[in-house]
Write a protein that binds this ligand. Sequence first.
Ligand code: EPZ
Length: 417
Amino acid sequence: MEKFVINGGKTLHGSVRISGAKNAILPIMTATLLTSGKSILRNIPNLNDIKMMAHLLRIIGARVDFHDGLLEINTEYCSYYEAPYELVSKMRASIYVLGPLLSRFGQARVSFPGGCAIGTRPVDLHLQAMEALGSYIDIEHGYINARCKKLQGNRIKFPKSSVGATANALMAAVTASGRTEISGAALEPEIASLIDFLTLMGARIRGKDTDQLIIDGVAELHPVEMEMIPDRIETGTFLIAGAITHGDITVENCFPDHLSHPLELLKKAGCNIKVTDTAISLHAPSSLKAIDIITKPYPGFPTDLQAQFMALLCLATGTSTIKETIFPERFMHVAELNRLDADISLKDNIATVKGVPALSGAPVMANDLRASAALVLAGLAAQGQTEISRIYHIDRGYEHIEFKLNKLGADIKRIQG
Ligand code: EPZ
């Protein structure tokens, strides 16, 4: 198993280029199943989750070729409609095949996703949406068995905002007969990007960037080519790397509009931020100020940056609070940050972070994707050496993170441990 060894205390300077957004790419990969032929996706990072989704599509019968940041997916000969346990248990995003498989084959068999390091993650809203569109669902032997004659447009009202359920409902509705109206749809940029992709394929969707979507089903979609949007969470993570090391960095090839809330908070913490259409420059103060954060669905503060902001606030002057409302148990990083001499206490879904003058390097363990990013950030700022084990979590969502950080002046090595 590989580890990161970080010699902390180096100030980061320079610029870094952001990769394509994993969480936008995964549903779009499954959307290619809605048509027959070769679609091409550009700006694809070399990440384990993308490779796992490619593997799942191959099981379904697609030909997937991944090279030089391009994904070519030929869905002409797809014939299988199952997402097996071995894959779904490793990557929950496998549930994204549910809507496309139902649309294509009138049936789908998808392993029921089990436990997750970030807390309870039900899929009831995905299933309710598929039922609303006319499919029958049985849960048997750990599998979701769904079938329908032909998906039928209907009204779907989500009682809470869900990125995944909105994506599945959209993908099922675009070729359903008649009109589907989704209310309470998620507003995340990854949903807008999926809508762009489906529209390019020939889908008829109105209401993008609102929580009311109207979809008029079409008989057929066609294969397309599209550039994937930049990763807003990677963008935020690198900005924090600049802030936590008192650095001066520019994050390029990003969409600053997708990070309005986190940028406001970085300013509140004392960072100087300058924005162009596709880049963000951050100049960190010598001492950061405490802030309060509440995670919310987009355009609120993203839960996927909660752990990284917590690492930053460990070194702010004063006491910060972080309330997690999306995944109330997503605090596995707290105990590990405290191993680095942070002072964080937890009550229910609220973390209280008392700023300390310095963190000190120690061995720590990554336990989910964003928690590992937080440990890398803390390690960059800590005095001495931090060794992070189980970094396979970080390879799911950050492309060449050590290479990019070292280019900014960090000292981080990947070793066999
Ligand atoms: C997506 O997960 C992301 N994953 C997550 O990214 C992200 O944390 C999350 O959205 C929230 O922004 C991908 O895009 C692959 P949700 P998803 O459905 O779609 C509840 C990362 O680190 N809910 O929007 O699974 C749920 O429990 C990750 O990259 C139900 O109750 O999240 C949560 O409280 C991990 N029933 C809330 O909705 C359901 O059927 C939002 O979850 C579905 C969700």
